[in-house]
Design a protein around this ligand. Structure first.
Ligand code: SF4
Length: 280
């Protein structure tokens, strides 16, 4: 459990607890205490690293919408994004917060650049002013920092915190905006026509060169659709869990190696669900 360093961090913890409680009551779902602690740790360390930038934000959670778009097949769609704006010393920066880790963003830079270019395009269209620059803020810890936290090694945490660069500037260009919008349109057509298949088992297993993490560990293990996903099922079967543990455990162990944590999650959700039923 992370210890607050000052009054402000104590306030953050209180706000986090209130927020967690409202979300739990509103949704009827909970998370394990480990996941909750990790989330709180992320909020506090993120604040320690980025409070200078957070203080400068002039507009937060700005919704950008490019409406009335149409695909080749005639499906209507809109593109929406949420960004933060810093307007200081006659410079305007647009920031896009991502929950992905910096190594993954570096490995897939083009994807992020394309999305930011569309946001910058929409922002400039609305405001009729040039942006000075755009950047991604990566809220996930890098692998090395995560490891230091797991080891509870204070010196290593301080060292990794200094090394962590969550702000990744990405100068924008409008050269490929039309192309990106038409790529969004193709995805809309695929979804509308039911042709949206998951990544293949080989793709989800592939380990990134810099991040050293696979799509499975980064995305699939947190994906709500994983138990009905053929690629994820094939991946788990290949790992051999099914033969060792039976179907029920295959489900649970595949999603979390910690049985106690899984039990806590189930009990928490069952009691939340019965409270919801009682109130209905
Ligand atoms: S588990 Fe989810 S994220 Fe992973 S491939 Fe399947 S659908 Fe996609």
């Amino acid at each position: 459990m992370i210890k607050p360093k000052d009054e402000f961090e104590k306030n953050i913890i209180e706000m986090f607890e209130d927020n967690f409680e409202s979300l739990r009551i509103e949704s009827g779902h909970t998370i394990t205490s480990r996941a909750k602690n990790q989330a709180l740790q992320q909020v506090i360390l993120y604040w320690r690293k980025l409070h200078d930038l957070a203080d400068k934000v002039t507009e937060t959670e700005v919704k950008l919408i490019l409406a009335n778009q149409e695909t080749i097949s005639g499906h209507k769609f809109s593109i929406e994004g949420i960004v933060d704006i810093v307007n200081q010393n006659s410079e305007v920066w647009l920031y896009d917060l991502k929950t992905h880790d910096p190594d993954f963003i570096a490995e897939n830079r083009e994807l992020y650049e394309q999305q930011l270019n569309v946001y910058a395009f929409i922002w400039q269209m609305i405001h009729q002013t040039d942006l000075s620059n755009t950047a991604v803020i990566s809220t996930a810890f890098p692998q090395t920092l995560r490891h230091a936290i797991e080891m509870a090694n204070e010196k290593a945490i301080d060292y990794e915190m200094d090394k962590w660069e969550p702000v990744i500037p990405m100068p924008y260009s409008f050269d490929r905006v039309k192309e990106t919008i038409s790529e969004f349109a193709n995805v809309v057509d695929e979804i509308e026509e039911g042709n949206f298949s998951p990544k293949t088992t080989e793709e989800i297993e592939e380990v990134g060169e810099t991040s050293k993490r696979s799509f499975v560990s980064r995305v699939c293990n947190n994906c709500d659709a994983r138990f009905s996903c053929i690629s994820y099922r094939e991946y788990v079967i290949k790992r051999g869990d099914r033969n060792k543990t039976g179907f029920r455990k295959f489900f649970f162990i595949a999603s979390s190696p910690d049985a106690e944590e899984q039990e806590e999650w189930m009990t928490g959700n069952l009691s939340d669900q019965s409270k919801t039923n009682e109130n209905e």
